[in-house]
Design a protein around this ligand. Structure first.
Ligand SMILES: Cc1cc2nc3c(=O)[nH]c(=O)nc-3n(C[C@H](O)[C@H](O)[C@H](O)COP(=O)(O)OP(=O)(O)OC[C@H]3O[C@@H](n4cnc5c(N)ncnc54)[C@H](O)[C@@H]3O)c2cc1C
Length: 562
Protein backbone atom coordinates (compact mmCIF):
# COMPACT_ATOMS: atom_id res chain seq x y z
CA UNK A 1 0.00 0.00 0.00
CA UNK A 2 1.02 3.61 -0.58
CA UNK A 3 3.14 4.92 2.34
CA UNK A 4 1.12 8.15 2.85
CA UNK A 5 -2.21 6.30 2.77
CA UNK A 6 -0.99 3.83 5.38
CA UNK A 7 0.08 6.70 7.65
CA UNK A 8 -3.30 8.41 7.20
CA UNK A 9 -5.09 5.19 8.13
CA UNK A 10 -2.96 4.71 11.23
CA UNK A 11 -3.71 8.26 12.31
CA UNK A 12 -7.44 7.46 12.05
CA UNK A 13 -7.12 4.13 13.85
CA UNK A 14 -3.88 3.75 15.86
CA UNK A 15 -4.65 0.26 17.21
CA UNK A 16 -2.73 -2.79 16.14
CA UNK A 17 -2.32 -6.23 17.68
CA UNK A 18 1.45 -6.34 17.14
CA UNK A 19 3.83 -3.46 16.51
CA UNK A 20 7.29 -4.45 15.30
CA UNK A 21 9.96 -1.78 15.73
CA UNK A 22 12.85 -2.44 13.36
CA UNK A 23 12.68 -3.88 9.85
CA UNK A 24 15.95 -5.76 9.63
CA UNK A 25 15.72 -9.42 8.71
CA UNK A 26 14.50 -10.52 12.14
CA UNK A 27 11.68 -7.96 12.23
CA UNK A 28 10.78 -8.65 8.59
CA UNK A 29 10.80 -12.44 9.04
CA UNK A 30 8.51 -12.14 12.05
CA UNK A 31 6.26 -9.71 10.17
CA UNK A 32 5.79 -12.16 7.29
CA UNK A 33 5.12 -15.07 9.63
CA UNK A 34 2.57 -13.15 11.70
CA UNK A 35 0.91 -11.88 8.51
CA UNK A 36 0.61 -15.47 7.25
CA UNK A 37 -1.17 -16.45 10.47
CA UNK A 38 -3.65 -13.60 9.97
CA UNK A 39 -2.34 -11.53 12.90
CA UNK A 40 -2.87 -7.79 12.59
CA UNK A 41 0.63 -6.27 12.57
CA UNK A 42 2.52 -3.16 11.67
CA UNK A 43 6.27 -3.03 11.08
CA UNK A 44 8.18 0.24 11.06
CA UNK A 45 11.80 1.21 10.54
CA UNK A 46 13.41 4.55 11.30
CA UNK A 47 15.49 4.17 8.14
CA UNK A 48 14.97 2.00 5.08
CA UNK A 49 14.09 -1.69 5.28
CA UNK A 50 17.17 -3.88 5.73
CA UNK A 51 19.54 -0.95 6.22
CA UNK A 52 21.06 -1.89 9.60
CA UNK A 53 23.03 -5.02 10.54
CA UNK A 54 21.09 -6.92 7.89
CA UNK A 55 22.74 -4.81 5.17
CA UNK A 56 26.21 -5.31 6.63
CA UNK A 57 26.45 -9.08 6.36
CA UNK A 58 29.19 -11.04 4.63
CA UNK A 59 26.45 -12.31 2.27
CA UNK A 60 26.93 -15.86 3.57
CA UNK A 61 24.25 -18.41 4.33
CA UNK A 62 26.14 -20.65 6.65
CA UNK A 63 25.95 -22.99 9.57
CA UNK A 64 29.05 -21.32 10.98
CA UNK A 65 31.73 -23.99 11.10
CA UNK A 66 33.69 -21.68 13.41
CA UNK A 67 30.95 -21.74 16.06
CA UNK A 68 31.53 -25.46 16.64
CA UNK A 69 34.70 -24.64 18.56
CA UNK A 70 32.62 -22.39 20.84
CA UNK A 71 30.32 -25.33 21.52
CA UNK A 72 27.36 -23.76 19.68
CA UNK A 73 26.13 -27.07 18.28
CA UNK A 74 22.43 -26.17 18.39
CA UNK A 75 22.97 -22.99 16.43
CA UNK A 76 25.12 -24.68 13.78
CA UNK A 77 22.62 -27.46 13.23
CA UNK A 78 19.70 -25.04 12.97
CA UNK A 79 21.58 -22.64 10.69
CA UNK A 80 22.59 -25.47 8.34
CA UNK A 81 18.97 -26.52 7.91
CA UNK A 82 17.95 -22.89 7.44
CA UNK A 83 20.73 -22.40 4.88
CA UNK A 84 19.25 -25.30 2.92
CA UNK A 85 15.71 -23.92 3.31
CA UNK A 86 16.80 -20.59 1.87
CA UNK A 87 18.58 -22.21 -1.05
CA UNK A 88 15.32 -24.01 -1.85
CA UNK A 89 12.87 -21.20 -1.08
CA UNK A 90 14.74 -18.33 -2.74
CA UNK A 91 16.76 -19.94 -5.53
CA UNK A 92 16.74 -16.68 -7.51
CA UNK A 93 18.65 -14.76 -4.84
CA UNK A 94 20.81 -17.46 -3.27
CA UNK A 95 23.31 -20.02 -4.52
CA UNK A 96 25.55 -22.83 -3.29
CA UNK A 97 28.93 -21.32 -2.43
CA UNK A 98 32.03 -23.53 -2.56
CA UNK A 99 34.18 -22.52 0.38
CA UNK A 100 37.83 -23.43 0.75
CA UNK A 101 39.93 -23.39 3.92
CA UNK A 102 43.70 -23.34 3.36
CA UNK A 103 45.35 -25.38 6.15
CA UNK A 104 48.92 -24.89 7.38
CA UNK A 105 49.15 -27.25 10.38
CA UNK A 106 48.31 -30.86 11.21
CA UNK A 107 47.25 -31.07 14.82
CA UNK A 108 46.95 -27.62 16.37
CA UNK A 109 43.61 -26.45 17.69
CA UNK A 110 42.56 -29.97 18.71
CA UNK A 111 41.94 -28.95 22.26
CA UNK A 112 40.39 -25.54 21.53
CA UNK A 113 36.80 -26.66 21.72
CA UNK A 114 37.01 -28.52 25.04
CA UNK A 115 39.19 -25.79 26.56
CA UNK A 116 36.84 -23.05 25.40
CA UNK A 117 33.91 -25.04 26.65
CA UNK A 118 35.58 -25.19 30.06
CA UNK A 119 36.43 -21.49 29.90
CA UNK A 120 40.19 -22.17 29.90
CA UNK A 121 40.97 -20.61 26.53
CA UNK A 122 39.94 -17.08 25.79
CA UNK A 123 41.69 -16.34 22.53
CA UNK A 124 41.60 -18.06 19.15
CA UNK A 125 44.37 -20.59 18.53
CA UNK A 126 45.48 -21.91 15.15
CA UNK A 127 43.29 -24.67 13.68
CA UNK A 128 45.04 -27.66 12.12
CA UNK A 129 43.93 -30.30 9.61
CA UNK A 130 42.57 -32.77 12.16
CA UNK A 131 40.28 -30.33 13.94
CA UNK A 132 39.01 -28.91 10.64
CA UNK A 133 38.34 -32.44 9.35
CA UNK A 134 36.35 -33.26 12.51
CA UNK A 135 34.39 -30.02 12.18
CA UNK A 136 33.52 -30.71 8.56
CA UNK A 137 32.44 -34.29 9.29
CA UNK A 138 30.01 -32.91 11.86
CA UNK A 139 28.93 -30.14 9.47
CA UNK A 140 28.02 -32.73 6.82
CA UNK A 141 26.41 -35.09 9.33
CA UNK A 142 24.03 -32.44 10.64
CA UNK A 143 22.30 -32.16 7.25
CA UNK A 144 22.72 -35.69 5.97
CA UNK A 145 19.78 -36.43 3.67
CA UNK A 146 18.71 -32.75 3.65
CA UNK A 147 21.45 -31.09 1.66
CA UNK A 148 21.29 -30.08 -1.98
CA UNK A 149 25.09 -29.78 -1.98
CA UNK A 150 28.09 -32.14 -2.09
CA UNK A 151 29.96 -33.22 1.05
CA UNK A 152 33.32 -31.70 1.97
CA UNK A 153 36.62 -32.89 0.50
CA UNK A 154 40.32 -32.45 1.29
CA UNK A 155 42.94 -31.67 -1.37
CA UNK A 156 46.61 -32.25 -0.62
CA UNK A 157 49.16 -29.49 -1.19
CA UNK A 158 49.93 -30.46 -4.77
CA UNK A 159 46.30 -30.61 -5.85
CA UNK A 160 45.43 -27.43 -3.98
CA UNK A 161 48.26 -25.47 -5.62
CA UNK A 162 47.19 -26.87 -8.94
CA UNK A 163 43.70 -25.47 -8.42
CA UNK A 164 44.77 -22.21 -6.74
CA UNK A 165 48.31 -21.52 -7.98
CA UNK A 166 48.55 -18.19 -6.15
CA UNK A 167 47.89 -19.74 -2.73
CA UNK A 168 50.59 -19.50 -0.07
CA UNK A 169 52.88 -22.49 -0.91
CA UNK A 170 53.31 -23.28 2.81
CA UNK A 171 49.86 -24.94 2.88
CA UNK A 172 49.49 -28.63 3.72
CA UNK A 173 45.90 -29.08 2.58
CA UNK A 174 42.88 -27.21 1.25
CA UNK A 175 39.50 -28.31 2.62
CA UNK A 176 36.51 -27.50 0.43
CA UNK A 177 32.91 -27.63 1.56
CA UNK A 178 29.68 -25.93 0.49
CA UNK A 179 27.79 -23.13 2.17
CA UNK A 180 25.39 -20.65 0.61
CA UNK A 181 25.71 -17.12 -0.71
CA UNK A 182 23.15 -14.34 -1.15
CA UNK A 183 23.36 -12.15 -4.24
CA UNK A 184 21.48 -9.41 -2.46
CA UNK A 185 20.40 -9.74 1.18
CA UNK A 186 18.56 -6.44 0.74
CA UNK A 187 16.39 -7.68 -2.14
CA UNK A 188 15.78 -10.96 -0.34
CA UNK A 189 14.57 -9.10 2.76
CA UNK A 190 12.38 -6.86 0.59
CA UNK A 191 10.71 -9.85 -1.08
CA UNK A 192 10.03 -11.47 2.31
CA UNK A 193 8.47 -8.19 3.45
CA UNK A 194 6.36 -7.91 0.30
CA UNK A 195 5.13 -11.48 0.78
CA UNK A 196 3.99 -10.46 4.25
CA UNK A 197 2.23 -7.34 2.99
CA UNK A 198 0.53 -9.34 0.24
CA UNK A 199 -1.32 -11.34 2.90
CA UNK A 200 -3.81 -8.48 3.27
CA UNK A 201 -4.62 -5.17 4.91
CA UNK A 202 -3.86 -6.62 8.35
CA UNK A 203 -0.13 -6.50 7.50
CA UNK A 204 1.37 -3.05 6.98
CA UNK A 205 4.97 -1.92 6.55
CA UNK A 206 6.47 1.56 6.74
CA UNK A 207 10.03 2.74 6.27
CA UNK A 208 11.45 6.02 7.62
CA UNK A 209 9.12 5.93 10.63
CA UNK A 210 11.05 6.10 13.90
CA UNK A 211 9.81 5.10 17.35
CA UNK A 212 10.72 8.11 19.47
CA UNK A 213 8.89 7.65 22.78
CA UNK A 214 5.82 6.44 24.61
CA UNK A 215 2.78 8.13 26.14
CA UNK A 216 0.38 6.01 28.18
CA UNK A 217 -0.22 2.85 26.16
CA UNK A 218 0.82 4.49 22.86
CA UNK A 219 4.18 4.35 21.11
CA UNK A 220 5.12 7.69 19.58
CA UNK A 221 6.35 7.74 16.01
CA UNK A 222 8.09 10.35 13.93
CA UNK A 223 7.74 10.36 10.17
CA UNK A 224 11.34 11.05 9.07
CA UNK A 225 10.10 12.39 5.73
CA UNK A 226 7.44 14.88 6.82
CA UNK A 227 8.63 15.42 10.40
CA UNK A 228 5.07 14.77 11.65
CA UNK A 229 4.45 12.74 14.78
CA UNK A 230 1.68 10.23 15.44
CA UNK A 231 1.08 7.33 17.77
CA UNK A 232 0.35 3.60 17.57
CA UNK A 233 -1.31 1.56 20.29
CA UNK A 234 -0.25 -2.10 20.22
CA UNK A 235 -1.29 -5.08 22.33
CA UNK A 236 2.17 -6.61 21.97
CA UNK A 237 5.38 -4.79 21.15
CA UNK A 238 8.22 -6.53 19.33
CA UNK A 239 11.55 -4.78 19.65
CA UNK A 240 13.51 -5.94 16.60
CA UNK A 241 15.92 -3.02 16.76
CA UNK A 242 18.99 -5.26 16.32
CA UNK A 243 22.01 -3.39 17.69
CA UNK A 244 19.64 -0.51 18.64
CA UNK A 245 17.42 -2.66 20.91
CA UNK A 246 18.55 -1.00 24.14
CA UNK A 247 18.27 2.46 22.57
CA UNK A 248 14.70 1.68 21.46
CA UNK A 249 13.90 0.47 24.98
CA UNK A 250 15.38 3.68 26.39
CA UNK A 251 12.77 5.57 24.41
CA UNK A 252 9.71 3.41 25.05
CA UNK A 253 10.38 1.59 28.26
CA UNK A 254 13.03 3.07 30.51
CA UNK A 255 15.91 1.02 29.16
CA UNK A 256 17.53 -2.40 29.02
CA UNK A 257 21.03 -3.87 28.68
CA UNK A 258 20.61 -6.80 26.30
CA UNK A 259 23.14 -5.88 23.60
CA UNK A 260 26.94 -5.89 23.44
CA UNK A 261 27.42 -5.11 19.76
CA UNK A 262 30.58 -5.60 17.74
CA UNK A 263 31.35 -3.75 14.56
CA UNK A 264 32.29 -5.54 11.35
CA UNK A 265 33.58 -3.84 8.21
CA UNK A 266 34.07 -5.13 4.67
CA UNK A 267 35.73 -3.85 1.50
CA UNK A 268 34.70 -4.61 -2.08
CA UNK A 269 37.63 -4.41 -4.46
CA UNK A 270 38.14 -4.45 -8.20
CA UNK A 271 41.13 -6.73 -8.60
CA UNK A 272 40.94 -9.17 -11.52
CA UNK A 273 44.08 -11.12 -10.43
CA UNK A 274 42.63 -11.70 -6.97
CA UNK A 275 39.32 -12.77 -8.47
CA UNK A 276 41.15 -15.17 -10.75
CA UNK A 277 43.15 -16.46 -7.79
CA UNK A 278 40.02 -17.41 -5.81
CA UNK A 279 37.94 -18.49 -8.81
CA UNK A 280 34.34 -18.98 -7.70
CA UNK A 281 35.38 -20.13 -4.23
CA UNK A 282 35.11 -18.24 -1.03
CA UNK A 283 38.48 -18.51 0.73
CA UNK A 284 37.83 -18.78 4.45
CA UNK A 285 40.95 -18.63 6.55
CA UNK A 286 42.65 -17.84 9.76
CA UNK A 287 44.40 -14.45 9.92
CA UNK A 288 47.48 -13.50 11.95
CA UNK A 289 45.45 -12.78 15.10
CA UNK A 290 43.65 -16.13 14.91
CA UNK A 291 40.39 -14.60 13.63
CA UNK A 292 38.59 -16.31 10.75
CA UNK A 293 38.23 -13.97 7.78
CA UNK A 294 37.11 -14.28 4.18
CA UNK A 295 37.82 -13.41 0.59
CA UNK A 296 34.58 -13.86 -1.30
CA UNK A 297 33.67 -13.89 -5.00
CA UNK A 298 31.29 -10.96 -5.20
CA UNK A 299 28.96 -9.95 -8.03
CA UNK A 300 30.27 -9.05 -11.47
CA UNK A 301 33.87 -10.11 -10.94
CA UNK A 302 34.44 -8.01 -7.81
CA UNK A 303 35.84 -9.40 -4.57
CA UNK A 304 34.51 -8.91 -1.04
CA UNK A 305 37.06 -8.99 1.80
CA UNK A 306 36.22 -8.97 5.49
CA UNK A 307 35.68 -8.67 8.27
CA UNK A 308 36.54 -7.05 11.60
CA UNK A 309 35.01 -7.69 15.04
CA UNK A 310 35.37 -4.66 17.32
CA UNK A 311 33.29 -3.74 20.35
CA UNK A 312 31.18 -0.62 19.85
CA UNK A 313 28.64 1.12 22.09
CA UNK A 314 26.77 3.33 19.65
CA UNK A 315 25.69 1.58 16.42
CA UNK A 316 25.17 4.96 14.76
CA UNK A 317 28.93 5.54 14.97
CA UNK A 318 29.83 2.39 13.02
CA UNK A 319 32.04 3.23 10.06
CA UNK A 320 35.02 1.62 8.41
CA UNK A 321 38.14 3.23 9.91
CA UNK A 322 41.63 3.63 8.42
CA UNK A 323 42.94 0.94 10.78
CA UNK A 324 40.28 -1.48 9.62
CA UNK A 325 41.10 -0.79 5.97
CA UNK A 326 44.79 -1.59 6.67
CA UNK A 327 43.80 -4.75 8.53
CA UNK A 328 41.48 -5.96 5.75
CA UNK A 329 43.89 -5.18 2.90
CA UNK A 330 46.61 -7.07 4.78
CA UNK A 331 44.55 -10.29 4.62
CA UNK A 332 45.25 -10.83 0.93
CA UNK A 333 49.08 -11.22 0.87
CA UNK A 334 48.78 -13.43 3.97
CA UNK A 335 47.08 -16.08 1.86
CA UNK A 336 48.09 -15.02 -1.70
CA UNK A 337 51.66 -13.72 -1.15
CA UNK A 338 52.20 -12.51 -4.72
CA UNK A 339 49.08 -10.32 -4.74
CA UNK A 340 48.85 -6.84 -3.36
CA UNK A 341 45.59 -5.02 -2.89
CA UNK A 342 45.67 -1.34 -2.11
CA UNK A 343 43.26 1.50 -1.49
CA UNK A 344 42.96 2.28 -5.21
CA UNK A 345 41.26 -1.07 -5.70
CA UNK A 346 38.44 -0.31 -3.26
CA UNK A 347 35.09 0.41 -4.94
CA UNK A 348 32.82 0.13 -1.91
CA UNK A 349 33.09 -0.28 1.85
CA UNK A 350 30.48 -0.99 4.48
CA UNK A 351 30.16 -1.43 8.22
CA UNK A 352 27.54 -2.71 10.58
CA UNK A 353 27.06 -3.84 14.14
CA UNK A 354 26.32 -7.41 15.12
CA UNK A 355 23.48 -7.36 17.67
CA UNK A 356 25.26 -9.78 19.99
CA UNK A 357 24.09 -10.40 23.55
CA UNK A 358 25.89 -8.38 26.23
CA UNK A 359 28.83 -10.53 27.37
CA UNK A 360 32.39 -10.29 28.67
CA UNK A 361 35.41 -11.81 26.93
CA UNK A 362 36.89 -12.05 23.45
CA UNK A 363 34.49 -10.85 20.77
CA UNK A 364 34.93 -13.98 18.62
CA UNK A 365 33.67 -16.12 21.48
CA UNK A 366 30.42 -14.27 22.16
CA UNK A 367 27.45 -16.44 21.20
CA UNK A 368 26.06 -15.88 17.70
CA UNK A 369 22.79 -17.60 18.68
CA UNK A 370 19.46 -15.80 18.94
CA UNK A 371 17.30 -15.38 22.02
CA UNK A 372 13.96 -13.93 22.97
CA UNK A 373 14.09 -11.62 25.99
CA UNK A 374 10.61 -10.88 27.32
CA UNK A 375 9.71 -7.82 29.39
CA UNK A 376 6.25 -8.50 30.76
CA UNK A 377 3.46 -5.95 30.96
CA UNK A 378 3.53 -4.19 34.34
CA UNK A 379 2.64 -0.92 36.04
CA UNK A 380 5.64 0.63 34.28
CA UNK A 381 5.27 -1.05 30.88
CA UNK A 382 1.84 -1.03 29.18
CA UNK A 383 2.52 -3.93 26.79
CA UNK A 384 4.63 -7.08 26.85
CA UNK A 385 7.84 -6.36 24.94
CA UNK A 386 9.47 -9.19 23.02
CA UNK A 387 13.12 -8.30 22.38
CA UNK A 388 14.76 -10.19 19.50
CA UNK A 389 18.41 -10.45 20.53
CA UNK A 390 21.17 -11.65 18.21
CA UNK A 391 20.84 -14.26 15.51
CA UNK A 392 22.25 -14.86 12.07
CA UNK A 393 20.78 -13.72 8.78
CA UNK A 394 20.83 -17.40 7.83
CA UNK A 395 18.58 -18.51 10.69
CA UNK A 396 16.11 -15.60 10.59
CA UNK A 397 13.20 -17.91 9.63
CA UNK A 398 13.63 -20.22 12.59
CA UNK A 399 13.94 -17.23 14.95
CA UNK A 400 10.84 -15.61 13.40
CA UNK A 401 8.93 -18.87 13.78
CA UNK A 402 9.89 -19.03 17.46
CA UNK A 403 8.67 -15.45 18.01
CA UNK A 404 5.48 -15.98 16.01
CA UNK A 405 4.65 -19.13 18.00
CA UNK A 406 5.18 -17.15 21.19
CA UNK A 407 2.83 -14.39 19.98
CA UNK A 408 0.22 -16.94 18.85
CA UNK A 409 0.29 -18.55 22.32
CA UNK A 410 -0.28 -15.16 23.94
CA UNK A 411 -3.20 -14.47 21.59
CA UNK A 412 -4.59 -17.93 22.11
CA UNK A 413 -4.42 -18.67 18.41
CA UNK A 414 -2.87 -21.49 16.47
CA UNK A 415 -0.47 -21.61 13.54
CA UNK A 416 -2.15 -21.83 10.14
CA UNK A 417 0.84 -21.99 7.84
CA UNK A 418 4.44 -23.08 8.10
CA UNK A 419 7.24 -21.06 6.51
CA UNK A 420 9.75 -23.93 6.34
CA UNK A 421 9.16 -24.78 2.70
CA UNK A 422 7.40 -21.59 1.68
CA UNK A 423 8.93 -20.06 -1.47
CA UNK A 424 9.91 -16.40 -1.25
CA UNK A 425 8.92 -13.77 -3.84
CA UNK A 426 10.41 -14.59 -7.23
CA UNK A 427 11.37 -18.03 -5.95
CA UNK A 428 7.76 -19.11 -6.39
CA UNK A 429 7.26 -21.69 -9.18
CA UNK A 430 10.90 -21.20 -10.04
CA UNK A 431 12.07 -23.34 -12.95
CA UNK A 432 14.73 -25.61 -11.50
CA UNK A 433 16.97 -26.51 -14.42
CA UNK A 434 18.81 -24.34 -16.96
CA UNK A 435 16.56 -25.76 -19.70
CA UNK A 436 13.29 -25.01 -17.95
CA UNK A 437 14.60 -21.54 -17.14
CA UNK A 438 15.31 -20.89 -20.81
CA UNK A 439 11.82 -22.14 -21.66
CA UNK A 440 10.26 -19.89 -19.01
CA UNK A 441 12.13 -16.88 -20.39
CA UNK A 442 11.08 -17.74 -23.97
CA UNK A 443 7.43 -18.12 -22.95
CA UNK A 444 7.34 -14.87 -21.01
CA UNK A 445 9.10 -12.99 -23.80
CA UNK A 446 6.52 -14.26 -26.28
CA UNK A 447 3.63 -13.45 -23.97
CA UNK A 448 4.78 -9.91 -23.21
CA UNK A 449 6.44 -8.97 -26.49
CA UNK A 450 9.64 -8.12 -24.58
CA UNK A 451 12.92 -9.31 -26.10
CA UNK A 452 14.39 -12.55 -24.77
CA UNK A 453 17.58 -10.82 -23.66
CA UNK A 454 15.65 -8.28 -21.64
CA UNK A 455 13.41 -10.99 -20.20
CA UNK A 456 16.49 -12.92 -19.14
CA UNK A 457 17.86 -9.83 -17.42
CA UNK A 458 14.59 -9.38 -15.53
CA UNK A 459 14.50 -13.08 -14.61
CA UNK A 460 18.04 -12.85 -13.23
CA UNK A 461 17.05 -9.86 -11.08
CA UNK A 462 13.57 -10.83 -9.95
CA UNK A 463 13.14 -14.57 -10.50
CA UNK A 464 9.58 -15.42 -11.52
CA UNK A 465 8.45 -11.99 -10.31
CA UNK A 466 9.87 -10.88 -13.65
CA UNK A 467 6.45 -11.79 -15.07
CA UNK A 468 4.84 -9.01 -13.00
CA UNK A 469 7.59 -6.57 -13.99
CA UNK A 470 7.10 -7.45 -17.67
CA UNK A 471 3.35 -6.79 -17.44
CA UNK A 472 4.08 -3.37 -15.94
CA UNK A 473 6.59 -2.59 -18.70
CA UNK A 474 4.13 -3.37 -21.45
CA UNK A 475 1.62 -0.97 -19.91
CA UNK A 476 3.90 2.03 -20.58
CA UNK A 477 6.04 3.25 -23.45
CA UNK A 478 9.19 1.93 -21.92
CA UNK A 479 12.75 2.88 -22.79
CA UNK A 480 16.20 2.32 -21.30
CA UNK A 481 17.74 5.00 -19.11
CA UNK A 482 20.31 7.15 -20.90
CA UNK A 483 23.01 6.76 -18.24
CA UNK A 484 22.04 3.32 -16.93
CA UNK A 485 20.79 1.43 -20.00
CA UNK A 486 20.47 -1.94 -18.21
CA UNK A 487 17.48 -0.43 -16.36
CA UNK A 488 14.42 1.10 -18.01
CA UNK A 489 12.04 3.84 -16.90
CA UNK A 490 9.21 1.35 -16.62
CA UNK A 491 11.28 -0.90 -14.37
CA UNK A 492 12.13 1.99 -12.05
CA UNK A 493 8.43 2.87 -12.06
CA UNK A 494 7.56 -0.71 -11.07
CA UNK A 495 10.04 -0.63 -8.18
CA UNK A 496 8.86 2.75 -6.91
CA UNK A 497 5.26 1.61 -7.01
CA UNK A 498 5.76 -1.86 -5.56
CA UNK A 499 8.87 -1.77 -3.37
CA UNK A 500 8.32 1.27 -1.14
CA UNK A 501 11.23 3.37 -2.44
CA UNK A 502 11.25 6.55 -0.39
CA UNK A 503 14.75 7.98 -0.92
CA UNK A 504 16.94 7.75 -4.01
CA UNK A 505 19.61 5.76 -2.15
CA UNK A 506 17.00 3.06 -1.32
CA UNK A 507 17.16 2.13 -4.99
CA UNK A 508 20.93 2.38 -5.48
CA UNK A 509 21.88 0.52 -2.29
CA UNK A 510 19.04 -1.87 -1.52
CA UNK A 511 16.48 -2.42 -4.33
CA UNK A 512 19.45 -2.82 -6.65
CA UNK A 513 23.13 -3.51 -6.02
CA UNK A 514 24.32 -0.82 -8.43
CA UNK A 515 26.26 1.29 -5.92
CA UNK A 516 28.09 -1.78 -4.58
CA UNK A 517 29.63 -2.63 -7.94
CA UNK A 518 30.79 0.69 -9.27
CA UNK A 519 27.77 1.29 -11.51
CA UNK A 520 26.80 4.81 -10.52
CA UNK A 521 27.79 8.15 -11.90
CA UNK A 522 26.76 11.71 -11.21
CA UNK A 523 24.74 11.60 -14.44
CA UNK A 524 22.87 8.39 -13.63
CA UNK A 525 22.08 9.63 -10.11
CA UNK A 526 20.65 12.85 -11.52
CA UNK A 527 18.66 10.98 -14.17
CA UNK A 528 17.22 8.61 -11.55
CA UNK A 529 16.33 11.51 -9.25
CA UNK A 530 14.28 12.96 -12.11
CA UNK A 531 12.38 9.72 -12.78
CA UNK A 532 11.78 8.76 -9.15
CA UNK A 533 11.05 12.40 -8.28
CA UNK A 534 8.29 12.59 -10.84
CA UNK A 535 6.67 9.44 -9.46
CA UNK A 536 6.94 10.59 -5.84
CA UNK A 537 6.04 14.22 -6.59
CA UNK A 538 9.36 15.64 -5.47
CA UNK A 539 9.63 19.29 -6.43
CA UNK A 540 12.87 20.57 -7.97
CA UNK A 541 14.25 21.43 -4.53
CA UNK A 542 13.65 17.94 -3.15
CA UNK A 543 15.20 16.36 -6.23
CA UNK A 544 18.36 18.35 -5.68
CA UNK A 545 18.39 17.43 -1.97
CA UNK A 546 18.00 13.76 -2.89
CA UNK A 547 20.96 13.91 -5.27
CA UNK A 548 23.09 15.58 -2.59
CA UNK A 549 21.97 13.14 0.11
CA UNK A 550 22.79 10.17 -2.13
CA UNK A 551 26.21 11.54 -3.09
CA UNK A 552 26.98 12.20 0.57
CA UNK A 553 25.97 8.69 1.68
CA UNK A 554 27.82 6.99 -1.17
CA UNK A 555 31.00 9.02 -0.71
CA UNK A 556 31.16 9.27 3.08
CA UNK A 557 29.75 5.97 4.21
CA UNK A 558 30.73 3.73 1.33
CA UNK A 559 33.81 5.37 -0.23
CA UNK A 560 32.19 5.28 -3.67
CA UNK A 561 34.17 7.42 -6.10
CA UNK A 562 31.35 9.41 -7.63
C1 LIG B 1 29.67 -7.45 9.82
C2 LIG B 1 28.57 -8.47 9.87
C3 LIG B 1 28.67 -9.62 9.11
C4 LIG B 1 27.66 -10.58 9.17
N1 LIG B 1 27.70 -11.65 8.33
C5 LIG B 1 26.69 -12.54 8.33
C6 LIG B 1 26.67 -13.59 7.38
O1 LIG B 1 27.51 -13.66 6.47
N2 LIG B 1 25.67 -14.49 7.46
C7 LIG B 1 24.71 -14.43 8.42
O2 LIG B 1 23.87 -15.31 8.47
N3 LIG B 1 24.68 -13.41 9.32
C8 LIG B 1 25.63 -12.46 9.28
N4 LIG B 1 25.61 -11.40 10.15
C9 LIG B 1 24.56 -11.34 11.19
C10 LIG B 1 23.26 -10.75 10.68
O3 LIG B 1 23.47 -9.86 9.62
C11 LIG B 1 22.55 -10.01 11.81
O4 LIG B 1 22.58 -10.72 12.99
C12 LIG B 1 21.10 -9.75 11.44
O5 LIG B 1 21.07 -9.06 10.23
C13 LIG B 1 20.42 -8.94 12.53
O6 LIG B 1 19.18 -8.52 12.05
P1 LIG B 1 18.20 -7.66 12.94
O7 LIG B 1 16.92 -7.57 12.20
O8 LIG B 1 18.14 -8.21 14.31
O9 LIG B 1 18.91 -6.22 13.08
P2 LIG B 1 19.02 -5.02 12.02
O10 LIG B 1 19.17 -5.51 10.65
O11 LIG B 1 20.05 -4.08 12.52
O12 LIG B 1 17.60 -4.32 12.11
C14 LIG B 1 17.27 -3.41 13.14
C15 LIG B 1 16.50 -2.27 12.52
O13 LIG B 1 15.95 -1.46 13.56
C16 LIG B 1 15.86 -0.14 13.06
N5 LIG B 1 15.70 0.80 14.17
C17 LIG B 1 16.60 1.14 15.12
N6 LIG B 1 16.06 2.04 15.97
C18 LIG B 1 14.79 2.27 15.55
C19 LIG B 1 13.73 3.10 16.02
N7 LIG B 1 13.86 3.90 17.09
N8 LIG B 1 12.56 3.09 15.34
C20 LIG B 1 12.39 2.31 14.23
N9 LIG B 1 13.37 1.51 13.76
C21 LIG B 1 14.55 1.49 14.40
C22 LIG B 1 17.17 0.03 12.30
O14 LIG B 1 17.08 1.08 11.35
C23 LIG B 1 17.37 -1.34 11.68
O15 LIG B 1 16.93 -1.39 10.33
C24 LIG B 1 26.56 -10.38 10.06
C25 LIG B 1 26.45 -9.20 10.79
C26 LIG B 1 27.43 -8.23 10.67
C27 LIG B 1 27.25 -6.92 11.39
Amino acid sequence: MNRNLTIQEIKKNPNTTVLIIGAGINGIGTFRDLALQGVDCLIIDGSDFCSGASMASSHMLHGGIRYLENGEFRLVREALHERNNLLRNAPHLTYPLPTTIPIFKWFSGLFNAPLKFLGLLNKPAERGAVIIKLGLILYDAYVQGDSPMPRHRFDNREKALDKWPALNPDILFAATYYDGGMYSPERLAMEILLDGEAEGDHARALNYIRAVGAAGDAVLMRDEISGEEFSVTPEILINAGGPWIDIVNDKVNGGSAFIGGTKGSHLIVKHPELREAIGDHEIFFEYLDGRIVLIYPFLQGYVLIGTTDIRIDDPDQASCTEDEIEYILGMVPHIFPSLEVSREHIVFQFSGVRPLPAAEGTTGQISRDHSLEVVEKSDQVPWPILNLVGGKWTSYRAFSEQITNHVLRRLNRSRQESTTRLPIGGGREYPASKDTQKQWIRNQAEKSGISQDRMEELFTRYGTRAEQVAVALTETTDHPLTHLPEYSEGEIGFLVENEIITHLDDFLLRRSKLAWVNQVSHESITELAGIIGELLNWGGGVQKEEVNRTLRILRERHAVKV
